[in-house]
Design a protein. Sequence first.
Length: 312
Amino acid sequence: MTGDLQAIIEDIHQTLKPRIGEGKVADYIPELAKVDPEKFGIAVIDLKGNVFRAGDCDEPFSIQSISKVFTLTLALGKHGETTWNRVGREPSGSAFNSIVQLEHENGKPRNPFINAGAIVVSDLVMAGHTPREAIGEIVRFVQYLADDATIAIDPAVARSETATGHRNQALAHFMKSFGKLTHPVDHVLGVYFHQCALAMSCVQLARAGLFLAGNGRNPLTGHTVVSSQRARRINALMLTCGHYDGSGDFAYHVGLPGKSGVGGGILAVAPGRASVAVWSPGLNRNGNSLIGSLALEMLAAKTGWSVFGGPG
């Protein structure tokens, strides 16, 4: 299907090109508000390492909440199943930065992909580390996954998040009041804001997610990143919780495990087949890339990759 796949990617890009710019760029983080809304890239990497690409797929962008997949993987490596004593595994049904559920559930976040849950995961990753060491560990881990030492944090985005992240500060202090964070709030938030400011291109991101398509093993490097059981469980969480309160809709239309970020990126996984990354900064009302979601829906329909069966 290799030749076909490049043709499919190009066709999707051409079909959606007239709609580029639709949606609303995230403007509550000032640095993200500066991003050109006309960008659209897509990259697919199969388990043999073949790369299929179109559009702005080599331009780095702020991956934001997609980083939560990588920090969760790190936290599970450090703490195993005890991770779930601190954070749940259920879809939230609320906005990604909502404080309402925390009140009802005594400060335990519903899942690791909403902001409160990811802040707890950052706290877990910090175990035994200073904030600087934890941030370095996260960057090195993502570089290792993508086999690319050039991946780095965008310092302007990190500063912008730190200066304007009042809702996240509120979430963290609220959880601290329930005894759910073990480190000082400003240290945990420093780690969280910096992980969200990782800048990656679609090609780099697709490469970093390949271990989730390869049953826990990166087929390009031969490294086993996690057990096959853990890869399956991370994929399950991405399918049910990866798109905030739009996760059910994404599962319905696309049918692939995925994780979005308000920078306009989405990482999607076709288990046993490929890793996919799309980027288009305009967001839909749930905070997910509007064009990116449509591109993945078209890809799943044309390839039959939906985990629920296909083609669509």
